[in-house]
Design a protein around this ligand. Structure first.
Ligand code: NAD
Length: 316
């Protein structure tokens, strides 16, 4: 199988390098962040650590969209939501009818953009419960020991296909711990609600996931956000793959036991002066509410809260 990763950032590198190392797939990468491209070329690959240890140089095939002329079976797409439209435009000349697209980006917004280039029956979504940090150009840290982290994947049509089975088999070999779901929207929303609690609160208060869950009121705060999101989804006819109680336990488990030392990616963006994905997470939940005569007061407030935190960070 041939995979090309669009977005050789933290997650693109994690998926691509694990596939490159653990399967017989051919993997290429496309990126446009010039300091990152220059560094990788200068040092002959990407420095990869596991939990800050065993830092080693791994060569990768890296191209800009304009340089690339490959024809993969599967595009793996891992950009930040705000960057995606422009990146897809730059890659448009490479997309062909026999190819499929897989993306496990956070939030909601990417599938509409991907659907401008791929028909619905060729789009596969995922949700990745795993933490990865791009320390800087050419240097990435896969948080969690080998085999850590889990993911769900699902066809946009909810139908399991042969290509999905083949991707699933490669993801299994790559220790990404995939599980196939048959409910695309319910799967995506469960991760969006998770992120709307953990990413958002950790980013606003500039704390790790473990610090958040150690606060005695953390579960109450989480439950309030979960309830509001589920109420909005129910009004919209969206059924999530987790119950409310399971969602709360997932927030608790991942924060307390899974990645307690991790600052979620929204915090990493803010601390580097980049915009966060909050409009596609809490902002999207609030939008579902507004479209269904229900005001998600806390999600509306927190969307502003994170934008205010982005602004406040610039003053420090
Ligand atoms: P990332 O920011 O590391 O990389 C995305 C793109 O941004 C890449 O093209 C990268 O080269 C570029 N980039 C990175 N730093 C930059 C900078 N300072 N200036 C300009 N460009 C820069 O993104 P990611 O963490 O891989 O996230 C991709 C998607 O996956 C997002 O939707 C994210 O929410 C989601 N996700 C991330 C994690 C995680 O732990 N990182 C986990 C699950 C899901």
């Amino acid at each position: 199988m041939r995979y090309t990763v669009i977005g050789a950032g933290a997650m693109g590198l994690r998926y691509g390098i694990l596939l490159q190392e653990h399967t017989d797939a051919h993997v290429d990468f496309i990126d446009t962040w010039q300091p990152h491209i220059d560094k990788i070329r200068e040092q002959g690959g990407v420095y990869v650590s596991r939990d800050h240890e065993n830092r080693r140089l791994i060569p990768i095939n890296l191209y800009t969209p304009e340089e690339y002329d490959g024809d993969p079976d599967v595009w793996i797409i891992f950009m930040k939501q705000m960057q995606l439209e422009e990146m897809l435009k730059r890659c448009a000349h490479l997309f062909k009818d026999h190819q499929v697209a897989f993306s496990a980006m956070n939030g909601w917004g990417h599938f509409e953009k991907i659907a401008q280039y791929f028909s619905e029956d060729r789009i596969y979504g995922g949700t990745a419960l795993v933490a990865t940090v791009l320390n800087g150009p050419g240097d990435v840290d896969f948080i969690g020991k080998s085999g850590a982290g889990t993911m769900h994947m699902c066809a946009m049509t909810n139908k399991v296909t042969d290509i999905e089975k083949a991707i699933f088999a490669d993801f299994q070999k790559a220790n990404l711990n995939p599980e196939i779901s048959d409910d695309f929207k319910g799967m995506c929303m469960a991760k969006i609600v998770f992120n709307s609690v953990v990413n958002t609160l950790c980013t606003m208060y500039q704390i790790t996931m473990g610090q958040f869950i150690s606060y005695p009121g953390a579960r109450d705060m989480a439950m309030q956000l979960i309830n509001e999101a589920y109420d909005a989804c129910e009004r919209a006819g969206i059924r999530l793959i987790n119950t409310r109680a399971e969602e709360l336990e997932s927030v608790d488990y991942v924060s307390r036991t899974g990645n307690p030392l991790h600052y979620p990616s929204m915090y990493q963006d803010m601390s580097r002066g980049r915009k966060t994905e909050v409009d596609y997470i809490n902002g999207y939940i609030a939008k579902i509410g507004r479209e269904n005569d229900y005001v998600c007061r806390t999600h509306e407030f927190l969307t502003h809260g994170v934008h205010l935190a982005e602004l406040a960070f610039q003053y420090h």
